[in-house]
Write a protein that binds this ligand. Structure first.
Ligand code: BG6
Length: 491
């Protein structure tokens, strides 16, 4: 399967190939890997969707998508033509068992060839597609299935999906994508923690005061109103991306950089999350929904107008104060914050250390600020350690906080590959480390569900905020009640 250069032979079947995710994310990612020489000449790409379409029509669609979504510098006409020529289009009704025979015929090949079924579809199809693949004998030993989030919309539906998928594919061949795990800086978090001796001795309640995880977006719902209005920010972002980030910060060192070793440790963190119940929900969560406003000086409509649901109570912003009940983290809150239509696209993890135990600098002591480690996930990927330094010059001891800055763009030149490029090739390699195991998904839902229940039991609705602001004022109130503030760059 593998050539020494790291190139691969495989078949990829994309279900939902004409949909937004496929065109916006998968096509550019595959194209980049093709240009990088990782796709052998015999790689076959099958685009599967319901409508009738000729190969040429799909290729036109793919060309258009690459045109729109690639940086112009990366669009090489000859390479694009070569890439799209790999595609064959198959019309298939995911619920029609007889359609899978045609698929079997098309991908008929050596039984030890890697076949990837990528389900870029709504989760309600996952179980039935896997069932039909199995019934047609398409779940052969080298076949694997990729599931896009969300895996269900609550614990029961996630369990149903996981069970149906498990009946067709063993867990080690099920790849549940959380694309945050494919981001370079997120993997760097493991390098930071476990390839440096420096941080582990201070990575606990004795030295860390609290942790902030923020994923801020400028965009609205981007034409996904139907999905988003049923999901909301808690299901769309916190249940997966933010909890995964929390896990990587909080987990114990795995004994090996191996899929189950890492996932076992993340699971323990999810299991240690203190439940939020109806009594604590007001104190520990804030949800908001954007009204009209402006982002980057451009007027944008209110959420309810964007999704055309005047009475919608779906949250587009959420803050949750999470607590990890174990020896390492007891008493150290993890403030999780995410929202759409905020003033900046910025994702970061802030580890706030405790203040020094005793101040010795008389007059200058008031300037001493506790250390802060800021891991910037996007944009400007990098790590900054904010430290106290002496301001140069004579005339007394003056102190100021300054960052020790590691910028990935400055240190590692060249294009930063998109998360999907890494994740797709990991599926082909058969490495599930950066994918969520079924028990992780279920543990995350187990913690999220009471929050959803608590919200719907109460009479409160999401707090309004102006599009282009940092969310409702109660989001600031929540952290300030604890005597803390949001990392100031985020204001
Ligand atoms: C997706 C969510 O999982 O992540 C979207 O469904 C969100 O609502 C997106 O916009 C954010 O991803 P990124 O990589 O742009 O931070």
């Amino acid at each position: 399967m593998t050539h020494p250069s790291g190139s691969f032979s495989f078949d990829l079947v994309v279900f939902g190939a004409t949909g937004d995710l496929s065109l916006r994310k998968l096509m550019p990612a595959l194209y980049h890997r093709d240009v990088a020489g990782q796709l052998n000449a015999d790689v076959r790409l099958f685009a599967v969707a319901r409508g009738a379409m000729r190969d040429e029509e799909f290729r036109n669609l793919a060309r258009g998508a690459l045109n729109r979504h690639l940086d112009s510098a990366d669009y090489d006409e000859a390479a694009v033509e070569r890439f799209i020529a790999r595609f064959r289009y198959l019309s298939l009704d995911a619920d029609a068992p007889e359609d899978y025979a045609a698929l079997a015929q098309a991908i008929d090949g050596a039984s030890d060839r890697v076949v990837v079924y990528y389900l870029a579809m709504a989760p309600r199809f996952f179980g039935s597609i896997c069932g039909h693949l199995a019934a047609t004998g398409l779940n052969r030993p080298q076949a694997r299935v990729v599931l896009e989030k969300p895996i269900g919309h609550d614990l029961a539906s996630a369990r149903t999906i996981n069970a149906a998928v498990a009946a067709a594919f063993p867990e080690e061949r099920v790849f549940r994508i959380d694309h945050y795990l494919g981001k370079e800086t997120v993997q760097n978090l493991m390098a930071l923690r476990f390839a440096n001796a420096l941080f582990e001795p201070v990575w606990h309640r004795g030295v860390v005061d609290h942790v902030q995880v923020t994923v801020a977006e400028k965009i609205g719902v981007e034409g996904r109103a139907g999905y988003y209005d049923h999901a909301g920010a808690l299901r769309d972002m916190v249940q997966n991306h933010l909890l995964q980030l929390l896990c990587l910060v909080a987990m114990e060192a795995p004994n090996a950089f191996a899929a189950d070793a890492v996932r076992d440790e993340k699971l323990k963190v999810l299991q240690a999350l203190r439940p939020i119940n109806e009594r604590s929900i007001m104190e520990k969560t804030v949800r908001g929904q954007y009204g009209p406003g402006a982002v980057d000086g451009v007027a944008v409509p209110a959420y309810v107008d964007e999704v055309e649901q005047a009475a919608s109570n779906t949250e587009t912003f959420v803050v949750v104060k999470a607590e990890v009940d174990n020896w390492r983290w007891a008493g150290v809150p993890f403030y999780l914050r995410t929202g759409k239509r905020l003033p900046a696209r910025r994702s970061e993890i802030v580890v706030q250390f405790r203040p020094v135990p005793h101040l010795i600098f008389d007059g200058a002591s008031r300037d001493v600020v506790a250390n802060r480690l800021v891991i910037r996930l996007q944009p400007d990927e990098g790590i900054a350690l904010h430290m106290m330094t002496k301001v140069p010059g004579p005339g007394g001891m003056r102190l100021r906080q300054a960052p020790l800055n590691l910028s990935f763009a400055d240190t590692f030149h060249g294009r930063q590959p998109d998360a999907y490029e890494r994740l797709l090739m990991d599926v082909v390699r058969g490495n599930p480390m950066l994918f969520m195991r079924s028990d992780e998904v279920e543990a995350a839902w187990r913690w999220i569900e009471p929050i959803l229940a608590g919200w719907s039991a109460g009479s409160e609705t999401p707090k309004p905020y102006t599009a282009g602001s940092w969310g409702p004022s109660s989001a600031i109130g929540l952290i300030e009640r604890d005597g803390r503030t949001w990392h100031e760059d985020m204001r």
